[in-house]
Design a protein around this ligand. Structure first.
Ligand code: F6P
Length: 358
């Protein structure tokens, strides 16, 4: 008997179901004695032994379905060793569930925080295999995470739609795109949607430079300006603050998010009308795009192969089109950020896009 535990953890994204389907199909094509324990709502299900037994049938027909059939929740890594109000020792509880069910392997689908916990469980002696999910595309060790391309498509669609109304009214539009720590989605959707200014956490901006880009466009007769701003975009002054001070500043900020703050700042320096559009969680919703279906199916199947070979302690990633196994210890705790000096930034600048720091 091959006993597999499975959970999805952290913010959801498209293709979580497709990835789990890939794992299960891969295992069941080689073995007919697979037992699958699906833990409910991420690590919470493992802690409280809340699971359902699933068969390969449960993974049929879910390739195109968004969200996760297992449910998910955020369980911060920092809190994992801190007993909750119920006094439960979470790490011991997770180990207990794993051993009680006599699992051969735990398959974890998650992003950055999830990988820290997955690595800790590996260090605690559990057999763990992970898959890189997140719209943010910020996991170290893989060129691409599933969910990213689907989110880029949705954010691009938002920018596309804003173009017509921005032109009609001759307005400045700020489209706020997900990504608190990294700007991958904003960068790609911004380029794909033809944004005029892209603001990323990795490239601190100067409001004067942003306004200058807007005014320059107006002077040459452009009727609108579209700004794609990542949630975590930051001014040069704020980037110079000690982290703690900046966090305090954020906690006390007047506006709900960066787009509104930016709108107020821009309005101080220009007469143009400014509007904000925020696609928010629509970027994580709905059916995965074709690219993500292929990627997640491949990663899932590659994970199944490792499990069948009894190779544990890895995340399956993709590098130059090839699926690769990356030791969890190398993935945990590292962020893959946009490199301000990367070709994609230089090429975007060449087409006239401003990053607000010129
Ligand atoms: O990590 C994925 C992500 O969608 C980020 O881009 C975004 O900042 C965050 O999650 C939103 O988190 P929540 O769904 O908990 O509001």
């Amino acid at each position: 008997m091959l006993r597999i535990g499975m959970l999805t953890s952290g913010g959801d994204c498209q293709a979580l179901n497709a990835a789990m389907r890939g794992v299960v199909k891969g295992l069941c094509s080689k073995r007919d004695d697979v037992e699958i324990y699906g833990f409910q709502d991420g690590y919470k299900g493992l802690i409280y032994s809340n699971f359902k037994m699933l068969t390969s049938r449960d993974f049929s027909g879910i390739l195109t379905v968004g969200g996760t059939i297992l449910g998910t929740s955020r369980q911060p890594f920092k809190q994992m060793r801190v007993p909750g109000p119920d006094g439960v020792d979470k790490v011991e509880a997770m180990k207990h569930t794993y051993h009680k069910l006599n699992l051969d392997c735990l398959v974890v689908l998650g992003g950055n925080g999830t990988h820290k916990t997955a690595n800790m469980l590996k260090e605690e002696g559990l057999n763990v295999i992970t898959l890189p999910k997140t719209i943010d595309n910020d996991l170290w060790g893989t060129d691409m995470t599933f969910g990213f391309q689907s989110a880029v498509d949705i954010a691009t669609d938002t920018i596309d739609r804003i173009h017509t109304t921005a032109t009609s009214h001759s307005r400045v539009f700020i489209v706020e795109i997900m990504g608190h720590k990294v700007g991958w989605v904003a960068l790609h959707a911004g380029i794909a949607g033809g944004a005029d200014i892209i603001l990323l956490p990795e490239i601190p901006y100067d409001i004067k430079s942003v306004v200058n880009a807007i005014e320059t466009r107006a002077k040459i007769g452009k009727r609108f300006t579209i700004i794609a701003v990542a949630e975590g975009a930051i001014t040069k002054e704020d980037a110079a603050l000690p982290k703690k001070k900046y966090k305090e500043k954020l906690a006390n900020r007047k506006h709900p998010s960066v787009a509104y703050e930016l709108a107020e700042e821009i309005s101080k320096y220009t007469d143009q009308e400014v509007r904000v559009a925020i696609p928010g969680h629509t970027q994580r919703g709905g059916t995965p795009c074709a690219y993500d279906r292929v990627l997640s199916t491949r990663l899932g199947a590659a994970a199944a192969e490792l499990i069948l070979n009894q190779e544990y302690g890895y995340m399956i990633g993709i590098k130059n089109g090839t699926t690769v196994k990356v030791p969890l210890s190398e993935v945990a705790g590292k962020l893959k950020m946009v490199d301000p000096e990367a070709d994609i930034i230089k090429e975007a600048r060449l087409t006239g896009i401003s990053f607000g720091n010129e």
